[in-house]
Design a protein around this ligand. Structure first.
Ligand code: PDD
Length: 281
């Protein structure tokens, strides 16, 4: 396996970052995870646009033009012979003696790119059963719109889910509303058949998969509302599901130990998953 690290393609096992990299010391960096299908990057433009925005919000420079970054992403995918899987990229504010202040101007930011294969059939098998989610109090900062590598609350939430026998943890804010999952966006389908997901302007990451699903649902004339929904509403919903580049559309069949509707994957979620497969094919 190969990785790209600051200008070089090196063996994954030998890939390393300096101990004074600001990503390591301060989580001072951002990342993207992009799905790879048949060797192609899915939604590359939207991922690049979000990356640019995250970097701009934190005033970190991209060490190369976006077009060149696209070449690097494809080269890592090619060298690793990934057909179906993921490509991961991370940009940090670079290497400098530890100091909370930004490094001296001209300090190059660090760029790492890795990729790995991920079996689609395993994901499809999981989707046929659906997954369980638990809920945890929202305890993240208010800039979760930035895709930063500072993910401790997400790490702890995901681990709590795993230890509870669940697949994902949903954050619930002080108003009792579900914001999103530790690494996924959250959705429900109401009793009236309306697809609901929280607005991207408030307390969530603007998921690329979320945006694509909104487009596909609109194209199909489905009834969609971008609004906050409460945990109570989710528990009595007809369906629930989550979306991310890693899971695509994944039906949720249990929330905090109680079944969603009859406890089987919902029709809307299953159809949207298929729609996404067709879109990415
Ligand atoms: N996570 N919300 C959070 C907090 C996320 O970390 C992610 C993605 C999403 C979904 O975004 P997208 O559809 O663009 O993948 C929502 C990535 C996959 C990760 O951390 O592995």
């Amino acid at each position: 396996r190969f990785a790209y690290v600051n200008g070089r393609y090196i063996r994954h096992a030998d890939a390393a970052i300096h101990i004074e990299d600001r990503g390591y010391q301060f989580a001072d960096g951002v990342y993207e995870v992009c799905e790879v299908r048949s060797g192609r990057l899915i939604d590359e433009e939207r991922h690049m646009a979000r990356l640019e925005r995250s970097l701009a919000e934190l005033r970190i420079d991209l060490p190369m033009p976006l077009s060149a970054l696209g070449v690097v992403l494809r080269e890592v995918v090619r060298r690793n012979m990934v057909r179906d899987g993921l490509v991961y990229l991370q940009v940090t504010r670079g290497v400098a003696p530890r100091n909370h202040l930004f490094p001296a101007p001209g300090t190059p930011s660090s760029l790492v790119v890795t990729s790995r294969s991920a079996s689609r059939s395993a994901s499809d098998a999981r989707a046929e059963k659906g997954v369980a989610v638990i809920t945890v109090p929202e305890n993240r900062w208010d800039r979760v719109d930035i895709k930063t590598v500072g993910l401790l609350p997400n790490v702890l939430a995901k681990q709590a889910a795993k230890e509870a026998g669940a697949y994902e943890a949903w954050f619930v804010d002080a108003d009792g509303n579900v914001t999103e999952g530790s690494s996924t966006n959250a959705w429900i389908v109401t009793k009236d058949g309306v697809i609901v997901t929280r607005p991207a302007e408030s307390g969530i990451l603007r998921g690329i998969t979320r945006s694509v699903i909104l487009d596909l649902a609109a194209a199909d004339g489905l009834n969609v509302e971008e609004r906050a929904f409460s945990l109570e509403e989710a528990k009595t919903a007809r369906e629930a599901f989550i979306t991310a580049a890693t899971t695509l559309v994944m039906p949720v069949v249990q929330i905090d130990g109680a079944p969603v509707a009859n406890g089987a994957p919902g029709i809307v979620a299953t159809q949207l998953r298929q729609r996404f497969h067709d879109f990415a094919a």
